[in-house]
Each structure stands twice: as C-alpha cells, then as structure tokens.
Design a protein around this ligand. Structure first.
Ligand SMILES: *Cc1c(COP(=O)(O)O)cnc(C)c1O
Length: 456
C-alpha cells in the first residue's frame, strides 16, 4: 500500500478544549503576548515543541510499573545503562534529568571559560550553558543551511572548511566541537554520515574532543538511510551505532528520541572526564545510578530507545512531518526545504517581509496562528537568539526568522494536521494585516521563555 498510516492504535485519549476567537484574544493579551505564558488547557493543537510531549507505548507504561526505585544500583538503572551502551558504545553513561543538565556538566568539566565551543548550530540551551560558563559558542552550519528554499539533503552538516580554519587558527582556544543531529535550530535538518565522519577526523587530528548533541539521533539515522548512498540496506540501529562510534561522547535529551516525557544522559569514553562528570552529577543531579530520574523513567527510556529505531515508526514519523510541510507550502508559506525530522520551519522573514527582524515577524505569525485556531508554535529567530551581544553591546539579529511547528511523537492524527493547515490557510489570506511586536520586559538569558511583549 502507498498510504503511510500511524503504526499504532490508540489506547488512552485526552480531550481537547475548544475556545472561541474572543477568548483566545483575551488569553493571549493576559499572557503578555508570549505563547509560553499560556496555560496548555487553553491550547487546541500544541506544536510548541516535540520535547517531552510524545505519547508512550503500552510497553513503556508497563516499564513504568516495573521501575525499581532503589537509591543505588536499581534494576532499572542497569536496563537503561545497558541499552544506552548497546546503542552508543560509550563506556561511561551518566544519567541526567534532561539534556541541558548533561550540557552543563559536560561544559563545566571541559572548562569552556574564555574558550570557544564550535557547533553546526548550538541549540538555545546549549548556547546558554556555554555562555553562562564564560565560553563563546561559534556556529558554523553548512552554507546551504542559510538558504531556506534550497533543497539539499543534509542541511544539518557542519561546515568542514570553516572547522579546519578555526582549528588551524585557534586550536588552543577550542574547548570542543559539538555536532547537533538533527540540527534543531537550523530546521531539524540531518547531518550525513560522511560529514560527521569528516568532522570527527578533523577534530581527532588536532586533539579536540568531538561530541554529538544526539537528541534526534534516530531521525538523523533514518535520513541517512533514505538519503545517503550506501546506507539504504542498513538498519537504523546500525547507522545509529556507527554515528555514535565517531564521537568521543554525546549529550542526549530522552524527551526527543528517547520517546519519554523526561530524562537524558551524557556519554563519554574518557575515564578522567567521566570521573569529574560523576562528581558534579552527585552534587547537583543525583547518585550515578539514577541521575535526576526516577527508576521508572530509566525503564521507560530503555524501552523507548528500542522503539525509536523501528523503521515503521520512523517512516510514519518523517512522512507525517513532510505532510504538514507540503500542506503549508500549498497554502503559500515558504518553509525550510526539505521538511525536517521533527518540525516544519516557516521562513517568517520571507512570509512577512514588511516586519523587521527586531519586530519579530515569526513571533507575530505565532500569535496569529493562536488567535485564528488555538495553535501554539514557537519563534526561532531574533526573539530567541537576539538580545544585546556582550562583546559589542549591540542588538543581535538572528540569521533567519523562523517559526517552528514541532510535531509531538505519536500524539496527533492526520485530521489534527489537516485542521492546522486550514488555520494556516486562513492566516495566509490576511497576512497583510499582521503587525510586529516589541519587548516590554525581558530576562538576561533565554528571554523568549518569559519575555513580555506588546503588539506594535
Ligand atoms: C531539547 C534539546 C536540548 C536540551 O534538552 P532538554 O531535555 O530540553 O534539556 C539540547 N539540544 C537539542 C538539539 C535539543 O533539541
């Protein structure tokens, strides 16, 4: 059959609450025009993030009951550690409550103060952790990543030429290289095995540690299988293992390709580094056999890490995200091409050209989708990445003004997505009326989460 269906049936349902346009206007105004400030109950279709929002399987819920809550050496810990080790090959597995805890521990132990961390694109928490610890994040995405409408199979690649130059010019300043797969902030685009391998070789030749931000390793591996020559007959599991084998370690948020609602880990092969990481883990996260997690979470992640590499699941997953992308394109939205693994990124800068970056066009579009149909999405542009540059004292502007519609795993059906497309169509028809925003109040870090805004 040609039609790709959801490869599961539904066992538990959660009702959605309908709201009227007038109600939504009041709700958004009361939330200071920041969708992060809206109660989830007041959202109809929540495409804010694919992080921790997925549905667990019957087998994972069974794992929740099997969870062993012993403080030290719980059965669930061994199950978790063994599955993570089998998949990644890393010697040292440090459990953390989510990805950013792994990032903080890694960057603290590597010592990034007054040094550079290089990435294809740092995710927002990764960037914030590097900056908070006194380091300087440098993004070197492949040049194709900066032309949203160009179709290129591996826009998540790191720019190898730029990487070589940085290592030739300032090798001693580079604390590490971290390759984000898939590149979340750059459109959910995959990196090829060839690119990851070359980046790894370049780093090894200059003795710089090479890490993966592996949150979406399964989606990345599936794209390698279907897009990169020589991988079509390989299993996703074996592609994932090969990917991890190229790195010295990885940070991971189980809230994405762990198919759970919380959790993460930090993996590495360096005995000395792992010892330091474990010391810091005990100080702020928990004992090394549970990190910041309950035994039941460890159990659910172990099961999720088997389910996420199943090809029926990944075929449905990537097809359903692509379906959203194709519908938006038909409705007149320029999107980052080709569709990513977990989300569609609308090029709001191109869709609303009259709105300046410092007036947050993608944020304006996010507000319209909410007002029109109760849909929540997220700006990935100057609101997220801007703010005053500590080095120059000037307002930073993001390279692209994107609006991300992230698709939670195994949660929405095709008719939910059809509804999203109908709402998007209605907004597209009145795009000329859409106005920009200004910030009324903002915190020093990660301002998009809590800033208060007002329409212009
Ligand atoms: C979500 C995410 C993180 C951070 O993980 P949390 O579990 O949210 O702390 C880091 N990197 C990327 C690419 C992510 O998508």
């Amino acid at each position: 059959m040609e039609r790709i269906i959801e490869p599961f049936r539904i066992k538990a349902v959660e009702p959605l609450r309908m709201t009227s346009p007038e109600e939504r206007r009041q709700i958004l105004e009361a939330a200071s025009w920041n969708l992060f400030r809206i109660a989830a109950e007041d959202i109809l279709i929540d495409l804010l993030t694919d992080s921790g929002t997925g549905a667990m399987s019957a087998e994972q819920w069974a794992g929740i009951m099997r969870g062993d809550e012993s403080y030290a050496g719980a059965r669930s810990w061994y199950r978790f550690r063994d599955r993570v080790r089998e998949l990644t090959g890393f010697q040292h597995i440090i459990p953390t409550h989510q990805g950013r805890a792994a990032e903080r521990i890694l960057f603290s132990c590597l010592g990034v103060r007054d040094r550079i961390v290089v990435s294809n694109t740092h995710f927002d928490t990764t960037r914030a952790n590097v900056e908070f610890l006194g380091g300087r994040p440098v993004d070197i995405p492949t040049p194709e990543a900066l032309t949203p409408d160009e179709v290129y199979p591996f826009k998540g690649n790191i720019d190898l030429g730029a990487l070589k130059r940085i290592l030739a010019d300032s090798r001693d300043e580079v604390a590490c290289v971290i390759h984000t797969i898939t590149n979340n902030s750059g459109g959910g685009q995959p990196a090829s095995m060839a690119n990851i391998r070359s980046a790894s070789e370049i780093c090894r030749a200059s003795g710089v540690p090479f890490f993966l931000d592996a949150c979406r390793f399964a989606e990345n591996s599936y794209f390698i299988k279907v897009r990169e020559e020589g991988f079509e007959d390989r299993s996703v599991e074996s592609i994932a293992r090969e990917t991890f084998s190229l790195a010295d370690g990885a940070t991971f948020s189980a809230k994405k390709d762990g198919l759970t609602n919380i959790g993460g880990f930090l993996g590495s092969n360096d005995d000395q580094l792992a010892q330091q990481e474990e010391a810091l883990l005990i100080l702020t996260e928990g004992f090394p056999t549970y990190g910041g997690m309950a035994g039941r979470d460890l159990e659910a992640i172990a099961v999720g890490l088997y389910e996420v590499v199943e090809e029926d699941y990944l075929r449905y997953r990537t097809a359903s995200v692509a379906y959203l992308g194709e519908g938006l394109t038909e409705a007149g939205y320029p999107i980052v091409q080709p569709p990513g693994g977990h989300a569609i990124y609308i090029d709001a800068g191109a869709f609303l050209p009259e709105i300046e970056p410092l007036e947050f066009p993608a944020h304006a579009l996010a507000c319209e989708l909410y007002l029109e149909g109760g849909i929540r999405s997220v700006e990935i542009g100057t609101l997220m990445f801007g703010g005053v540059d500590p080095a120059t004292g000037e307002e930073r502007v993001a390279p692209l003004e994107l609006l991300r519609l992230a698709v939670p795993r195994r949660v929405y059906t095709k008719s939910h997505i059809d509804y999203v497309l109908e709402v998007a169509q209605a907004v597209a028809e009145r795009r000329r009326e859409v106005k920009g925003y200004r910030i009324v109040e903002e915190p020093p870090q990660l301002r998009h989460f809590t800033a208060r805004l007002a329409p212009l």
